[in-house]
Ligand binder design. Structure first.
Ligand code: G6P
Length: 611
């Protein structure tokens, strides 16, 4: 939540900041602002998108080689011009931008008010700005010392970029709980919440750790802890291409990412699954494999779409590896005194690798002695660094707020894990293992084929774009897909939708069904096929409209449903990878037809770094 960008060097900071904010807008987009330092400090901030800020800044003085920028997802104080970042301290010595929450800000604010501080905004960030300035003036110390001392009094999470007007040759960055990356260029430095604003200028980056403070200046970079212990910066090369973070001719990132799935799934299993040798090799799990094979229980944790992938993982691990699995919302898990032992394997799933609840749940599981594995997409993010071992999804950057290719990549990793463990445990035969491997290999081509039916999904979308409610039904492996389909529709088109296990429909949702209720039934051929055919009959008997996802050539359901959307057949263990594609496209088209902002749906953010 919230995107941070900063620049210090010889170039004009403005365009670097604005472009960076556009790349980070997926993290929050209710207001945006920049501050530029050129002898004096200028602050421009505006409610709305980065484009509103750009319009506002036109004809203003945008000179300066040092600057910071912020795109906000509000936590404290409504989204308006005043609460937008950057925030200045009372006497204007410091200007800062912040991602995270200062949890003890009320107490700090009261103390500062007692000492004569005044406040212009309702934000926790302004409290921090004033605290730093108070220490700076009272203690007569340098900006860096004031920042470190102030941060030692803060409870909560922060990613910060700070300008001190009296020390105009430096920028200060600090991190605790909210991600920050430093880009190292030729005589220039960049600060950003993730590498996307940096990659077009340099591939050399330093990922800050919790409690790190970086001082970036014309004379170089100093890295230390807030306690003043000097650190040696670890410069890493990032493997991220600029083309991967642009729309490449698609109208929206979400559509581009849906269409990327044949490739992103292939990238996720490429080099890990060997058809010739009938082998699955997940290097990141090598050291924990014996533990994984002996696990008495696996706990899977995640939020949102990642939680849905976890549900598919439950079926996979139980079916193929015969290990009992519990799937938990990270936010519930961490607050309910869960029973965790050192025999447990915890798998944390997260696209961003930064979700606050998932991170906190990981810490809890580690404290209890569990072995914690991560399945993440963003390389170098916090979760892979917190976990004992893990597997990257290699889906490439996902910019659309509604997750698509990350989901299929997560399911691909879970399938590989369950297949590998199941085979090594001798729970599945060589023949089945072999068949699953060759079927996984076919998935990208089958998705290519589904994508060629896109026009059919558009036509159905036109018919139901004005519906106010949707029901999604699935059984077995397809129940989590029903949940995911409903979530996609809610997220981007603002239509109420519910996902349900098809058989549970009789215990409530059936009362909602009438001729105005589209019911999306995922009814591909698997062991529940006949049961789901009965569920379709039950919906039709109540005059519900059935949109069925079926296998090519299905005649039985074609005769009952109002619309059938055909997809190729696959084994049921991998069926989530195909059936979710029409649902992603359905929600995409409906949202576009309703003129919704597909890539930046209201109130949402891609990376939820607050609990
Ligand atoms: C937000 C995003 C979702 C995502 C969820 C979990 O709600 O909008 O798309 O599924 O966070 O994020 P993670 O990065 O942990 O997968």
């Amino acid at each position: 939540m919230c995107g941070i960008v900063g620049y210090i060097g010889k170039k004009r900071a403005y365009s670097i900041l604005i472009n960076g904010l556009k790349r980070l807008e997926y993290r929050g987009y209710d207001s945006a602002g920049i501050s530029l330092l050129n002898k004096e400090v200028k602050i421009y901030k505006k409610k709305g998108k980065v484009s509103d800020l750009e319009e506002y800044v036109a004809n203003k003085d945008i000179s300066g080689n040092i600057g910071i920028g912020h795109t906000r997802w509000a936590t404290h104080g409504e989204p308006n011009d005043i609460n937008a970042h950057p925030h200045s301290s009372m006497n204007g010595h410091f200007v800062l931008i912040h991602n995270g929450i200062i949890e003890n800000y009320t107490r700090l604010k009261e103390k500062l008010i007692d000492r004569g501080c005044t406040f212009q905004t309702e934000t926790d960030t302004e409290v921090l700005a004033n605290l730093i300035e108070y220490i700076y003036i009272k203690g007569n110390v340098s900006a860096e010392i004031a920042v470190r001392l102030a941060l030692s009094k803060v409870v909560g999470a922060y990613g910060l970029a700070i300008i001190c007007k009296d020390e105009p040759d430096k920028l200060i960055a600090a991190r605790k709980g909210s991600p920050l990356v430093i880009g190292v260029g030729e005589g220039e430095y960049f600060i950003a919440s993730d590498a996307t604003p940096i990659v077009e200028y340099t591939k050399s980056v330093i990922y800050l750790n919790d409690d790190d403070v970086a001082i970036l200046g014309s004379d170089g970079l100093t890295l230390k802890t807030i306690k003043n212990d000097k650190l040696t910066p670890k410069i890493q090369k990032i493997d991220l291409d600029i083309g991967e973070i642009e729309k490449n001719g698609f109208d929206h990132f979400m559509l581009k990412e849906i269409f990327e799935q044949p490739r992103s799934i292939l990238d996720t299993f490429r080099g890990r699954v060997s058809l010739d040798k009938n082998e699955i090799h997940l290097g990141g799990l090598f050291n924990v494999l014996p533990k994984l094979k002996e696990a008495k229980r696996i706990l899977i944790i995640g939020c949102g779409t990642s939680w849905h992938a976890g549900l598919v993982g439950e079926y996979l691990f139980e079916d193929l590896a015969r290990i009992p699995v519990e799937v938990e919302y990270a936010s519930e898990f961490r607050y309910r005194n869960p029973i965790i032992t050192n025999e447990d394997i915890v798998i944390a799933i997260s696209q961003s690798g930064e979700t606050a609840d998932t991170l906190a749940a990981i810490k809890l599981a580690k404290q209890a002695g569990a072995t914690v594995l991560g399945i993440c997409n963003v390389v170098g993010s916090s979760i892979p660094r917190e976990t004992d071992a893990g597997v990257y999804t290699h889906a490439g950057p996902e910019i659309g707020v509604a997750s698509t290719k990350a989901f299929t990549a997560q399911v691909t990793v879970l399938a590989m894990m369950a297949m590998m463990v199941g085979y090594q445990k001798k729970e599945i035969s060589f023949e089945l293992f072999n068949e699953l491997i060759s079927e996984l290999n076919e998935i990208p081509a089958k998705i290519e084929k589904i994508l060629t039916y896109n026009d059919a999904y558009l036509e159905v979308s036109k018919l139901y774009k004005d519906a106010t409610n949707f029901l999604y039904l699935g059984r077995g492996y397809l129940f989590p897909v029903a949940l995911e389909g409903a979530l996609k529709l809610k997220e981007i088109s603002y239509i109420h939708a519910e996902g349900y296990p098809a058989a549970e429909m009789k215990h409530g949702p059936i009362a909602l069904i009438d001729e105005k209720m589209p019911v999306v039934v995922i009814a591909t051929k698997d062991k529940s096929y006949e049961k789901i055919v009965n569920n379709i009959q039950e919906v039709k008997a109540r005059k519900g409209v059935v949109i069925a996802i079926v296998n090519e050539g299905d005649k039985i359901i074609r005769n009952m449903a109002d619309h059938v959307l055909e997809i190729p057949e696959t084994r049921e263990e991998l069926s989530a990878l195909l059936t979710v594609i029409p649902l992603q496209l359905l929600s995409y088209h409906i949202a576009v037809l309703r003129s919704c902002n597909v890539d930046q749906p209201r109130n949402l953010a891609k990376s939820v770094t607050v609990e």
